[in-house]
Ligand binder design. Structure first.
Ligand code: HEM
Length: 178
């Protein structure tokens, strides 16, 4: 084998062997994630979520219903129930399945948030799985704004709400960058 070919093959072998840099698409996740102040905020979010998590299905359902009422386009992303009238969604099997998927995933994400690698993995997964479905930043911002409203009416302290706000901002900017 000529020297040129040998060099070519060793470059190809190296490229295949080098693992992809994880989370390289997450340029919008700030450096402070994982630091001490951030961890205090994460713990506020996790602690306050523990009081709400048993109601996660009704919370997520009320967020989705409000989202669909405020923004007609949001429901059209869900081909399994896009033509069900908003008032009848709560009786729709596919809708209820989706609510459970979202609520359980949200619960898992929050529970694992104090581990930076798991948090980045989760943001990465949510980003990829929703880009595939063509979900733009708008519905994400709406979802997070409505969730924040719901948290406000659940009687959280302003410190807890502040922590939620900063965590949700990191989350949304990571999934659906500006
Ligand atoms: C905290 C917020 C959200 C969570 C935790 C979440 C989670 C999920 C999960 C677990 C799935 C199932 C499939 C998969 O794992 O890839 C899914 C599917 C989907 N999500 Fe989300 N999601 C969220 C917000 C949104 C928003 C804001 C939209 C757009 C309005 C959206 C649109 C969709 C669509 C269209 C599907 C596919 C449904 C189907 O199977 O037909 N999601 N989501």
């Amino acid at each position: 084998m000529s020297l040129k070919l040998a060099i070519f093959f060793s470059i190809v072998a190296c490229i295949n062997a080098c693992p992809e840099e994880p989370h390289r698409g997450l340029s919008q996740v700030p450096e402070h994630v994982g630091e001490k102040g951030w961890l205090y905020q994460i713990h506020d979010v996790q602690r306050s979520w523990r009081n709400l998590r048993n109601d996660r299905y009704s919370i997520v359902s009320s967020i989705l219903v409000r989202l669909f009422k405020e923004n007609d386009r949001a429901q059209t992303f869900f081909s399994k129930f896009d033509n069900v009238p908003v008032e009848s969604l709560k009786d729709d099997h596919e809708y209820n399945k989706q609510v459970a998927l979202v609520a359980d995933r949200l619960d898992n994400i929050i529970t694992a948030m104090d581990d930076k690698v798991q948090l980045l993995d989760n943001i990465d997964y949510m980003k990829r799985s929703h880009i595939e479905r063509g979900i733009p930043r708008g519905p994400w911002k709406d979802f997070s704004r409505i969730l924040f409203d719901v948290l406000g009416s659940a009687g959280m302290s302003s410190k807890e709400l502040n922590s939620w706000k900063s965590v949700l901002t990191v989350f949304i900017n990571g999934i659906a960058p500006v």
